[in-house]
Design a protein around this ligand. Structure first.
Ligand code: SF4
Length: 116
């Protein structure tokens, strides 16, 4: 547990969770774009930054004491896609509701993870 707790990888997942891979995977050509008709979109970093800066409430562990706590609690405070803080905005779900369907509205994606 100490090795995990002290590792850079664990620290990265703790701060950014799995959604933090949206930008790097997009840049590396491994982001499911338009139902995998493409492998990059050029919008992963921008979408993730908006998620991180405006909609991430806190990180969350599956169990008390997880040294990584990669889960995310996110929400949308106001507007058309106002959404309570909830679990579910992870790499796969946010990618499915953005790049996969060419949706540039991260708030719509967060709301979709809530409905799902
Ligand atoms: S136990 Fe849960 S919160 Fe901890 S690293 Fe695994 S998936 Fe993430």
């Amino acid at each position: 547990m100490d090795i995990i707790r002290d590792s850079e990888t664990a620290a990265g997942f703790k701060e950014h969770g799995t959604p933090g891979d949206m930008g790097p995977n997009d840049a590396a050509g491994d982001w499911p774009t338009k139902n995998w008709h493409s492998n990059s979109w050029g919008k992963g970093e921008e979408l993730y930054d908006k998620f991180f800066e405006q909609h991430l409430v806190k990180n969350n562990g599956c169990y008390r004491g997880c040294p990584i706590a990669c889960g995310r609690i996110a929400g949308v405070k106001a507007g058309k896609f106002q959404t309570p803080a909830h679990e579910g905005s992870e790499y796969e779900s946010l990618s499915a509701f953005t790049a996969f369907v060419l949706n540039e509205d991260i708030e719509a994606a967060i709301h979709s993870t809530y409905l799902g």
